[in-house]
Design a protein around this ligand. Structure first.
Ligand code: GCW
Length: 725
């Protein structure tokens, strides 16, 4: 398409060309496979009612300057505008019509330089941008400006989103600045092409073909990330293979970095702490050993020679069998700081994971990360960030916020969310995760009194740290639709949008995505966004209501297995977490139990610790509660639990019905694909409800309350065979 758009200054395209193009676009739209590949970057023609309005305001594109990023800006805007407006928009060197759209930086664009916006652009930081309607050379124009080219690209995507979501563009006055600096995807991709906890096919990185051959799809991956402001990508699994740092692999990594660079996506690598032994032939990886530190320094220098804008290392150390500084009796800070010293001369960072749960026998895994790391507050080097999972256990359908948020005021703490649905039905279940992330971001830690939300811990407004960030464990793979489930795309999109602006409501994100991706039918958008917003609570209801957690089948984590008790480590077994007995259900984390609740600041800890004030949605996380305990609804715990499971199942049925009714509003291909997945989700919800209730009933010894369906199989049948996906 791009070749058809002349880069010469041009007045009006000849009428024949217009007709030809219109035919071409219509045919393109009709023949386009609706396989989800285009994600939310679909540029199909806007509705005819409004198209004229947009055409008037977008008549030519003025994007001077030579660079790969500016090429990307031009390509995106000309493809985007041509598609949305149904006719090609010409490129011009200068403003010569009303409706010119000028994009760039004061350096790349003489038009923007003349505005003298340097100061105001600097205030928005390197990634921020402005979009304004104004009069220039007596023409009505739109200016998209940033202090960097990547910022201008973000502005261009923002502008296209305004068109895609049918927003007015005649009086634009937009200032955007991301709230967090590092907005990253962490890929748990192995070098053999498999993906740990990946449910959308194989890895996107074809290591055997690289560096000679780079799959063109990688450019689309980078584009999609840039469109929501994601600016970093850790390519390999945190359970890292040291080979990734070998000279051969680094050349492959450099080829990927070259592809991502125009889109502002920097590459990071997971580093295995024992690499100096495996790759360097050293006897030790002890962080205070001089040779070890020198090896890492040399390795860092080698990496930066190949990849000058390399982001840094992500490290999982002394967790689930990974090597680390504790192996040598050194602290996590000593390990992180040694790596940080190697990267510091190149402005690289170390992202050290807080997912460590070494603990004394019989203590509480939920308390372990805080116990291990909080004492190291203030000891990490200035280029280290500590990456903390949203909750203290492990990406469960619902957890309270992690007590390390607000627990380490002198440490640069970033959030790790999981976009891939390891514990949430893989790529089979429809669940809109921004709703869950909002719960975490809005949680008040009370670290510095009321209003000390997790968002404020992250964005530096509470403690003023220099580096800020968020990472999401990616849900992408080689599947044609990228994420396995079409709705999984909304979680990738939503992660990026919240990473950019953690004040966005989940409704806004849901509606935006739906409009861009699925349909422009207002009624359908309302219905779909409504379902998206309900979906997280529904999944919690049929999997782990009222604060239950970690009751899934061992190993794959797909279906339920609350009876599971055969793992070698007690804290890998569901029975460790629910503690069901004849008296009741739940993990006592108050003073009478593990007292993990004491890791939260007052009054949060008192609120959680008191049975009367503990939010019921976290009740069994913090308390062991008797089966006959009266819930706020007036129901007993047992009845309430059963009703939650039933409610979750009911939601899957309602969703299937509502989805069916949307058939006309969405293309058949994607409509049918989602309908199939929803059928699986209903089957699974029933499986969860039945297995959990039958098993817990062996303790409660009470009948199912009215309104809860009888199980479809016996407990033995559910125990005999795991749910398959
Ligand atoms: O959630 C658990 C997963 C592991 C994962 C680990 C981690 C990459 O089951 O597969 O390993 O967390 O976050 O390190």
């Amino acid at each position: 398409m791009q070749k058809m758009i002349s880069k010469r200054r041009r007045n009006h395209p000849a009428p024949i060309a217009v007709v030809a193009l219109a035919v071409l676009f219509c045919t393109a739209a009709m023949t386009q496979a609706e396989d989800g590949y285009r994600l939310w970057l679909r540029y199909d023609p806007l509705p005819s009612k409004v198209i004229e309005f947009y055409r008037e305001h977008v008549t030519e594109l003025v994007v001077p300057g030579n660079s790969a990023t500016l090429d990307a800006v031009r390509a995106e805007l000309s493809n985007g505008c041509a598609g949305l407006l149904g006719n090609a928009v010409s490129m011009a060197n200068d403003v010569d019509h009303d409706g010119a759209v000028i994009v760039g930086t004061p350096k790349s664009s003489p038009q923007i330089a003349r505005l003298k916006w340097e100061h105001q652009l600097a205030l928005l930081g390197p990634d921020g941008f402005e979009i304004h309607s104004l009069v220039m050379a007596r023409r009505q124009v739109i200016v998209i400006a940033s202090s960097t080219e990547v910022g201008a690209l973000y502005g261009a995507f923002h502008f296209l989103r305004l068109l895609q979501t049918l927003q007015p563009i005649d009086k634009l006055n937009i200032h955007e600045k991301p709230r967090l600096q590092l907005r990253m995807l962490d890929h748990w991709d192995n070098l053999d092409g498999s993906i740990e906890r990946g449910y959308a096919g194989r890895s996107l990185w074809d290591w055997s073909a690289l560096p000679e051959k780079v799959d063109p799809r990688l450019r689309d991956y980078a584009r999609a990330n840039a469109s929501v402001g994601i600016n970093g990508s850790t390519l390999n699994n945190v359970n890292a293979d040291s080979q990734i740092l070998s000279a051969g692999y680094l050349r492959k990594v450099a080829a990927i970095a070259n592809t991502f660079r125009p889109y502002g996506v920097r590459v990071y690598l997971s580093a295995r702490f024992s690499s100096p032994i495996e790759l360097g032939g050293l006897q030790t990886a002890d962080p205070i050993d001089r040779e070890v530190a020198a090896w890492w320094k040399k390795k860092a220098d080698e990496i930066y020679r190949l990849i000058p804008d390399f982001g840094g290392f992500l490290v999982k150390a002394n967790s689930e069998g990974q090597p680390g500084p504790r192996t040598y009796n050194r602290s996590h800070a000593e390990g992180a700081n040694m790596l940080a010293a190697a990267l510091a001369p190149h402005n690289g960072v170390v992202i050290w994971r807080a997912f460590v749960y070494d603990m004394k026998p019989d203590s509480d895994r939920a308390a372990a990360a805080y116990d291990n790391l909080a004492p190291l507050d203030g000891k990490f080097a200035p280029n280290v960030l500590l990456q903390v999972k949203n909750g203290p256990v492990d990406f469960q359908p619902r957890e309270p916020f992690h007590p390390l948020f607000g627990g380490m005021p002198k440490t640069q703490v970033m959030l790790e969310a999981q976009i891939t649905q390891e514990y949430l039905g893989f790529s089979n279940h429809f669940v809109f995760l921004p709703q869950m992330w909002r719960e975490i971001l809005d949680s008040d830690t009370y670290a510095k009194g009321r209003g000390s939300t997790v968002s404020k811990v992250l964005d530096g407004s509470l403690y003023g740290q220099r580096l800020t960030g968020i990472a999401g464990v990616a849900n992408t793979g080689s599947d044609r639709n990228w994420t396995g489930h079409h709705f999984g795309q909304a979680n990738w999109y939503g992660f990026g949008r919240l990473a950019w602006n953690h004040d966005l409501t989940s409704r806004q994100v849901a509606e935006e995505w739906t409009k861009m991706t699925l349909t422009r039918d207002a009624e359908a958008i309302r219905t779909i966004a409504g379902l998206m917003l309900e979906s997280h609570q529904a999944v919690v209801d049929y999997m782990t209501p009222l604060g239950l957690h970690h009751i899934m089948w061992g190993g794959h984590h797909y279906g339920p297995a609350p009876w599971w008790n055969t793992e070698p480590q007690p804290y890998w077994n569901p029975v460790y977490y629910h503690r069901a007995d004849e008296r009741g259900l739940g993990f006592d984390r108050t003073q009478t139990g593990s007292n993990a609740v004491s890791q939260y600041h007052a009054p949060v800890r008192d609120h959680f610790a008191n049975l009367q004030t503990c939010p019921e949605e976290l009740l069994l996380w913090f308390h062991h509660v008797s089966w006959d305990y009266r819930m706020r609804s007036g129901q007993t715990l047992w009845n309430e639990l059963a009703l939650h499971y039933q409610r979750g199942v009911d939601w899957t049925r309602k969703t299937r019905r509502e989805w069916e009714a949307l058939a006309g509003a969405i293309d058949t291909e994607r409509h049918e694909a989602v309908a199939k997945k929803l059928a699986i989700q209903e089957r699974d919800a029933i499986w969860w409800r039945d297995s959990c209730l039958l098993y817990f009933q062996t303790f409660s010894k009470q009948p199912l309350p009215k309104g809860v369906e009888q199980p479809q199989k016996s407990l033995d049948e559910y125990k005999a065979k795991s749910l398959v996906w």
